[in-house]
Design a protein around this ligand. Structure first.
Ligand code: KIV
Ligand code: ZN
Length: 507
């Protein structure tokens, strides 16, 4: 039997640190449950001391999930560990993840300390965490740039103090795969008691090497990988779960396995992208829209003759549907529900009814209804509360000044404004600004076609408000309307944060 590599998913902690991508506790619970179905071994559910919301999310995820170990992050600070232990009280299996920076940069410029004092803090934090839980993981932050000899001293000391897992993060994504692998090998060969703990790889993708480094770590003896769905995370992101899982599954020459049921990968990738309002790049390995698309004639010919001529992965293996259930005007509710579930939409019965009605109308005008059409039907309706878009009318062309009239429902009151702009979308955004009496600063705007020869599109955008970023998503059969929906979505997010802040202030 091959050795098992433990999958530690940090989508809900490191992944959620992406600016503008914050999730509600309900959304986190939904993702955590899907991670459990996927078969991950450990879910890092949050950093409890960082905010009441993170604290609460760790509690609720602990209640909702049964099999995976629930892990909470801390610094090497007693108060952090107290909070983590408290937040984990309902977890069936729990782990505290504590640690400290060990590189010269962190010791000198972050802590203004020295190696011996940092070592003492590492030992003290591990012993303190052990008072609450048996399973303690210790991270040596910036291990990628930490001198191997000192790293080995810290790792040896925390294992002696009771650490069950030692995490060797390449926090800045600096290492080369050979260098990172050699680091793990060095620890395997030079740390007394190393076999009493699992070595974990936690790699960032600043130079595009997170997955390569993680695999190199595993080949040199690490047996835990810290990953996120779609590789989301701080800056250029973390190692992506789907890449590592499929590398270990595809390479029979690597005698290692994970517990991941790869058929759940694609639906979860869609769910995370949808909830975080973060598009997956089309050429993303394993889950990108083009990952299995063959466009050149030579490739198409080769795939038709024998799929494996150009495909090393079977799309069905990662849950990309090659479905025989096609949606048409004659499809029943069960077929619709099958596709909604597959796309990660777990809707209440009344909402399914609503979507089914809209689906039948759409199917009357289209030969068959695609996944993207279903997304339009579901996401097309803005969530209850907040601003809601009532109508958009646009005049544009190359011989007139583009103008737009937008109607919004604001606090149950319909408000309308018209504006001109450099183009149709700009005019519509200005009309929204006119209604709100505030001009938003937008620093990202992305339109993706839904593959039909029409105007339909998905729009992702990012608005900056008081130094925070808020992402908006809109989808519609008209790209102008999709854009205004995305803008309103981002504004609703800003308003919900403002409302929370004012409730907090008056409490
Ligand atoms: O990248 C990093 O070093 C981390 C630690 C907190 C584990 O995320
Ligand atoms: Zn990290």
């Amino acid at each position: 039997m091959s050795d098992k590599v433990y999958v530690f998913d940090t989508t809900l902690r490191d992944g959620e640190q992406v600016p503008g991508c914050q999730l509600s506790t309900t959304e986190k619970i939904e993702i955590a449950k899907e991670l459990e179905t996927l078969g991950v071994d450990i879910i890092e559910a949050g950093f409890p001391i960082s905010s009441p919301m993170d604290f609460n999310s760790v509690i609720e995820i602990s209640k909702a999930v049964n099999d995976p170990v629930i892990c909470a992050l801390t610094r090497s600070v007693e108060k952090d560990i107290d909070f983590a232990a408290d937040a984990l009280k309902y977890a069936k299996r729990k782990r505290i993840h504590t640690g400290i920076g060990t590189s010269e940069y962190h010791i000198k410029y972050k802590f203004r300390s020295d190696q011996d004092k940092i070592l003492e803090r590492a030992i003290a934090a591990t012993k303190y965490a052990k008072k609450f839980v048996e399973d303690v993981e210790f991270y040596c932050e910036d291990a990628g740039r930490t001198d191997n000899e000192y790293l080995a001293r810290v790792v040896e000391a925390v294992i002696a103090a009771g650490a069950t897992v030692v995490n060797i993060p390449d926090t800045t994504g600096y290492c080369l795969p050979e260098e990172y692998g050699a680091k793990i090998k060095y620890l395997k060969e030079n740390v007394k008691g190393i076999d009493n703990a699992i070595i974990s790889c936690h790699c960032h993708n600043d130079l595009g090497m997170a997955t390569a480094n993680t695999v190199s770590g595993v080949l040199n003896g690490a047996r835990q990988v810290e990953v996120t769905i779609n590789g989301i995370g701080e800056r250029a992101g973390n190692t992506s779960l789907e890449e590592v899982a499929m590398i270990l599954k595809t390479h029979n020459d690597i005698d290692l396995h994970t517990n991941v049921n790869s058929k759940h990968i694609y639906p979860l990738s869609l769910l995370v992208s949808k909830m975080m309002r973060m598009p997956v790049q089309p050429n993303k390995a394993v889950v990108g829209r083009n990952a299995f698309a063959h466009s050149s004639g030579i490739h198409q010919d080769g795939v038709i003759k024998f799929r494996e001529n150009y495909e090393i992965l079977d799309p069905e293996d990662v849950g990309i549907p090659q479905s025989s259930i096609i949606l048409t005007a004659r499809s029943g509710k069960a077929a619709l529900k099958y596709h909604l579930d597959r796309l990660g939409y777990n809707l209440e019965e009344s909402r399914v009814e609503e979507v089914y009605e809209a689906f039948l109308k759409m199917a009357d005008n289209k030969k068959d209804v695609t996944d993207d059409d279903l997304i339009v039907l579901i996401e097309g309706k803005l969530p209850e509360g907040g601003l809601s878009l009532k109508s958009v009318q646009i005049m544009c062309g190359d011989s007139l000044v583009p103008s737009a009239t937008v109607e919004l429902e604001v606090n149950k009151e319909i408000k309308q404004a018209s504006a001109t702009g450099t183009g149709s979308i700009d005019a519509a955004f200005r009309a929204v600004d006119e209604i709100l009496g505030e001009v938003m600063d937008m620093d990202e705007f992305l339109v993706q076609s839904m593959g039909n020869r029409t105007d339909d599109g998905k729009v992702h955008l990012r608005v900056k408000y008081q130094d925070q970023h808020y992402l908006g998503f809109g989808v519609h059969k008209d790209v102008n309307v999709a854009s205004v929906k995305a803008y309103v979505d981002a504004i609703n997010k800003i308003n919900s944060i403002k409302n929370k802040a004012s409730v907090k202030a008056s409490a």
